[in-house]
Ligand binder design. Structure first.
Ligand SMILES: Cc1cc2nc3c(=O)[nH]c(=O)nc-3n(C[C@H](O)[C@H](O)[C@H](O)COP(=O)(O)OP(=O)(O)OC[C@H]3O[C@@H](n4cnc5c(N)ncnc54)[C@H](O)[C@@H]3O)c2cc1C
Length: 476
């Protein structure tokens, strides 16, 4: 790419900032709609936090591990990319999830009858659930912890929701907003006055829309890990994906927008009719956007993205007492361990470890253990081995290891997050032709990114061709 580029803004071209899964999905859908699209990515590779490492028989995921197949949009995308044959569903046997209680992994009950006989919850906690349908709605925005304590009780918070929050956000239920971090759960109380009633009626609604709840959705990856998906999207973009291109500013022009930034150490300028920003909340806060009347985006710089280190270790099968069959193990904060949880990666997907070995993916850090994520490699591995020894009877030294560090991993949708979302709405209303999408707006799961990338592309098509009706926006 030349040091200075100019794309004529008079054609209906779209410039996308960020080649994470959100930006790449939007680009693919726009090009399918016949709209010229260019993607600018600051890093040297596409995929954002998705990064898979194949080293001989080992496969390590440095970022996310699984996609939840919640919507028909996801299967369509995979089909159109020609990836159906490379999709790898999780092994049907690998359904067990463990939650640590009193220092040992206990299976999370997978059905109503199993819940009633499970040692994970006391009889007092189980009978407390009977009161749930009769508890009134909250009067103001609540944290996840306050919401769950009020509706389901303290024990359910400690041993069901706290580990779930750790697994999704590496977060703190006392800080996260129920409304913004778990909008579907919040909507159950809002619409039906009860989570139990909401479960029943919400399932009917989803069935009508052809969607599947996150709890029931199939989990999948690809033969060479999740990186296969961004790589295929990047390949479809060809020359229109520009790596090592960081965008620092966006200015309106008479016919669209001018992007300014750096391509390596060279200045970069490009013009587009429409711009879609799919970076992170922190980079958006730093972006210079010269639009009269637009709100200051500086508050987005305060969105909490805690550090997380992903430690993938391979062991000889004979050195591990626990069968490690299933999805993995989550650890409630009050149990006092240094690690957040473990995915049984080689049980979940085939082709991740050599015969007679297993791969465990362990997360360290998050909001409540941020300092541990920054430990030097040897101390980090020692901490992980100590906890795995106590919890799963892992005895021998690892025969394979791969560490990936995320200094700013996952945005926390804390109480008051609505103010950040309102800023993004205001910016879009003051700057027609500038669109914002990504994990800090519409949900942190990959299924959310695939959905929001697709829906935002539809919004852009509608903006460029106002006579084409856009599909109604689905709930996030
Ligand atoms: C450790 C970890 C584990 C996870 N596990 C799971 C999981 O198992 N399942 C799941 O569903 N989700 C998981 N997630 C969440 C999910 O992976 C992310 O929310 C999702 O991938 C975010 O995609 P994105 O495109 O919105 O953002 P990102 O992946 O962050 O991509 C944004 C891109 O924009 C680029 N960029 C930013 N600013 C600029 C700029 N100014 N100019 C040019 N480029 C710019 C960045 O370099 C980056 O490539 C996990 C996340 C992490 C960190």
């Amino acid at each position: 790419m030349p040091a200075t580029t100019a794309h004529p803004a008079t054609t209906a071209s779209v410039g996308i900032i960020g080649a994470g899964i959100t930006g790449l999905t939007a680009a693919f859908q726009l090009r399918r709609a016949g709209i010229a699209t260019t993607v600018y990515e600051a890093a040297a590779r596409p995929g954002g936090v998705i990064c898979s490492f194949r080293e001989g028989p080992w496969l390590a995921e440095g970022g996310p591990n699984t996609i939840l197949d919640t919507s028909p949009v996801i299967g369509q995308l995979i089909g159109e990319l020609g990836l159906v044959g490379r999709r790898l569903d999780s092994r049907p046997e690998a359904t067990a999830r463990y939650v640590v209680r009193d220092g040992r992994p206990v299976p999370l009950p997978s059905s109503g009858p199993k819940f009633f006989v499970s040692p994970l919850f006391s009889w007092k906690a189980k009978s407390r659930l009977l009161a749930e349908p009769f508890i009134p709605r909250a009067e103001s925005e609540e944290s996840v912890a306050d919401f769950v304590r009020r509706r389901l009780g303290q024990e359910f918070l400690d041993y069901a929701i706290d580990p779930l929050v750790t697994g999704i956000y590496a977060g703190d239920p006392a800080a996260l907003s129920i409304q913004h971090a778990f909008p579907r759960v919040y909507a159950q109380e809002d619409q039906y006055g009860s989570l139990i009633r909401g479960q029943i009626f919400g399932a009917r609604e989803r069935k009508r829309r052809g969607e599947v709840s996150k709890a029931n959705a199939k989990k999948f990856s690809f033969d060479q890990g999740l990186q296969v998906l961004p790589d295929a999207l990047a390949q479809a973009l060809g020359q229109d994906l520009h790596l090592n291109c960081r965008i620092d500013g966006i200015q309106p022009t008479q016919s669209g927008w001018c992007l300014n930034g750096r391509h390596g150490d060279q200045p970069l300028t490009a013009e587009h009719r429409v711009v879609l920003f799919c970076g992170t909340a922190h980079t958006l806060a730093r972006l210079q956007i010269d639009v009269p009347g637009a709100p200051s985006l500086q508050p987005l710089g305060s969105v909490n993205y805690p550090p997380v280190s992903s430690v993938v270790l391979g062991f000889r099968r004979g050195d591990v007492d626990h069968p490690c069959e299933g999805f993995g193990m989550l650890i409630p904060h009050r149990e006092g361990f240094g690690i957040l949880g473990t995915i049984f990666s080689s049980s979940l997907f085939t082709g991740r470890a050599p015969e007679d070995h297993l791969t465990l993916t362990v997360y360290v850090g998050g909001v409540r253990n941020a300092d541990k994520a920054a430990l030097p490699d040897t101390e980090l591995i020692d901490l992980v081995r100590r906890d795995l020894n106590r919890l799963l009877g892992v005895r021998g030294a690892p025969v394979y290891s791969h560490i990936t560090r995320w200094p700013a991993a996952i945005p926390q949708y804390d109480v008051g997050y609505g103010n950040h979302k309102a800023l993004l709405d205001q910016l879009e209303s003051k700057a027609p032709g500038l669109f914002i999408a990504g994990h800090y707006r519409d949900g942190v799961a990959l299924s959310d990114s695939l959905g929001t990338g697709t829906r935002t592309a539809e919004r852009i098509v509608g903006y460029l061709n106002p006579k084409i009706p856009t599909k109604p926006q689905a709930a996030p």
